[in-house]
Write a protein that binds this ligand. Structure first.
Ligand code: S6P
Ligand code: ZN
Length: 199
């Protein structure tokens, strides 16, 4: 077995720092198309290009039976009424499942089954685990006021397929309605936005 030195690692459950990890940073400008309200997206980006989330990844080993893991840090905020979110993806190796563990902050996970297109909205909170089955698109959403910090643990062969989401975004959106996180159909939400604009 060819293990790297990452067989024991320390992390900070409040900042998302993970010793020895490689970091991916996603700024607002890299999330075009992810948020439903394009006008709100353009207006926000004209003001600033903040870091929306970071992912600290450790790959102790590759190959059959191995696990990789990542510590996510998703900032609080909204574009229009839609909460800050991750791009979302399927695993390139579709059967690969994943465990998400909430560490700090308050959020939800949006799951969408590739075949049935059925959606599930699950809380992602400290001391809770969300099991993401294979063949399921998954997106993390921060519905709180503080950074949402969480683990994702997945087979090393899982990979990411972002293209499928870029082509066909999730069917549902999570937006603030009377300050309450609410799951709506994307099309209904967009129609309501359009109607409000033309009134
Ligand atoms: C990887 C796992 C997470 C995400 C992270 C960022 O399989 O699901 O580490 O990479 O939550 O999301 P995304 O959609 O930008 O990769
Ligand atoms: Zn994943």
């Amino acid at each position: 077995m060819n293990l790297s030195s990452a067989i024991f690692t320390r992390f900070d459950p409040y900042s998302g720092q993970l010793d020895g990890a490689s970091y991916t940073e996603r700024r607002l400008s890299q999330l075009r198309g992810a948020f439903a309200d394009e006008a709100a997206y353009d207006a926000a980006l004209a003001q600033d290009d903040p870091v929306i989330y970071t992912v600290a990844t450790l790959e102790p080993a590759q190959g059959e039976g191995q696990l990789n893991y990542a510590l996510g840090m998703l900032n609080p905020g909204r574009i229009g009424t839609e909460y800050y979110l991750t791009k979302g993806h399927y695993h390139a190796w579709r059967p690969a499942a994943e465990c998400y563990l909430g560490l700090s902050g308050q959020g939800v996970m949006l799951l969408e089954d590739e075949n049935s297109r059925e959606s599930k909205l699950l809380p992602l909170l400290p001391n809770s685990i969300v099991y993401v089955p294979g063949y399921t698109a998954h997106r993390t959403i921060n519905t709180g006021d503080t950074p949402l910090i969480y683990w994702g643990i997945y087979p090393s062969a899982a990979g990411h397929d972002y293209g499928a989401i870029a082509q066909r975004n999730f069917h549902k959106v999570v937006v603030a309605v009377d300050e309450t996180p609410t799951l709506l159909d994307r099309l209904e939400f967009l129609n309501a936005l359009h109607q409000a604009e033309t009134q």
